[in-house]
Design a binder for this molecule. Structure first.
Ligand SMILES: C[S@@+](CC[C@H](N)C(=O)[O-])C[C@H]1O[C@@H](n2cnc3c(N)ncnc32)[C@H](O)[C@@H]1O
Length: 346
């Protein structure tokens, strides 16, 4: 990804159109967009975290690109199928003769995206940078059918576990093995008012609904596309879905149980600290006798956060890849602040 898009565009000798709207797909608040005319640019991102950050920077932001554009920029994502679908979408909504720029880091797979695009359309040019590439294509009069069809990856389709998902979501092809490990321990013990933090397309919430005596379950998820899938997957009236950045969640009525397979990425970047924020949030929104059911990749360092935020916690199960954890007795805000390490309950 080009943190300095202006430098990359200069190097490319690319002139942006002087009239008309420009859409940035999967716009990223970490990129310097000063090269784009702010009043004519629409930042598109269905991730609540990016949506809020871009808004705070003063941009116009939308969940979806609607309308016609004079040019478009696509920031690639960690999912190749999603990236190619977004490029196809950008080409479709850009005027004939308009430029569609694709920007991405080597670690996110820009080389392979370029190769896939090259196989379908002429590439206008490529600028290589130390950590990535920027390339562009000109919107042809007629878009080849195999380009148009790439957009199908964004449509909800039934995966091998019978759930509706699409490219770009967490584990779209099948249920995550970590979530499956955690759900095997629910065993009718999840009751009352429940929150699912980072609910994805809803698999874990469905397991809780079918394996407990739940009054209501709130699914909190930052990615709107995943939430739309969860809404399509769950018809139970006890489930309520919320497009929400978990880290800014405030709950007036505390919960009996929190279930959570926390993210360890924010957008493209690996960010294990986000799991710590989710553990702290769980402690904040639980009743004093409430419980957190958590699963994580085995190597992720969440133990200190569990010590700090809960008086008791234990491993339910550890495998070579995952650890499932049950934490209880969330510490009060003052106890969390004062906590200086020491007592371990495993
Ligand atoms: C590891 S996945 C778990 C998904 C689902 N619970 C499951 O078991 O398949 C974590 C989820 O958290 C979401 N997420 C990431 N950052 C978030 C945030 N700040 N607030 C809410 N959800 C977030 C991701 O989009 C992703 O769907």
């Amino acid at each position: 990804m080009a943190a300095r898009l202006d430098i990359a565009l200069n190097q490319a000798g690319l002139k942006l159109p002087e009239d008309g709207q420009i859409a940035v797909f999967r716009a990223d608040a970490g990129v310097d967009y000063t090269a784009l005319p702010v009043e004519r640019t629409l930042m598109v991102n269905s991730d609540h975290v990016q949506f809020d950050r871009l808004n705070a920077l003063g941009f116009r932001v939308a969940e979806l690109a609607e309308g016609d554009y004079a040019a478009a920029l696509v920031q690639i994502t960690r999912s190749k199928a999603e990236t190619l679908a977004l490029i196809a979408n950008a080409l479709e909504v850009t005027a004939v003769g308009g430029v569609v720029i694709v920007d991405g880091a080597k670690t996110s797979g820009i080389e392979s995206v370029l190769k896939q695009c090259k196989a379908r359309l002429p590439i206008g040019g490529v600028v290589a940078k130390s950590h990535g590439k920027l390339f562009w294509m000109i919107r042809p009069q007629v878009l080849p059918e195999d380009v148009v069809n790439l957009q199908n990856a964004l449509a909800l389709t039934t995966n091998k576990d019978g759930f509706l998902t699409a490219a770009g979501m967490f584990s779209p092809a099948h249920v995550d093995h970590g979530s499956a490990l955690l759900a095997a321990h629910f065993d009718g013990r999840i009751k009352g008012r429940v929150a699912d933090l980072g609910a994805g397309w809803g698999w874990l919430a469905v397991q809780a609904l079918s394996a407990g005596d739940i009054g209501a379950i709130d699914l909190f998820e930052a990615e709107k596309t995943a939430l739309n899938a969860a809404a399509a997957n769950i018809s139970d009236p006890r489930a309520h879905i919320h497009w929400q950045d978990v880290r800014s969640l405030k709950s007036a009525t505390p919960y009996d149980h929190v279930i959570c397979n926390p993210p360890f990425h924010q957008g493209r970047a690996a960010e294990p600290a986000i799991g710590v924020d989710f553990i702290r949030k769980a402690a904040e929104i639980l009743k004093p006798n409430g419980m957190l059911w958590l699963v994580a990749n085995r190597q992720l360092p969440y133990e200190a956060a569990l010590d700090q935020n809960f008086s008791h916690w234990k491993y339910l199960e550890k495998t070579s890849a995952f650890k499932a954890i049950l934490a209880s007795k969330p510490r009060s805000p003052s106890a969390r602040t004062k906590w200086a390490g020491g007592t371990k309950h495993r």
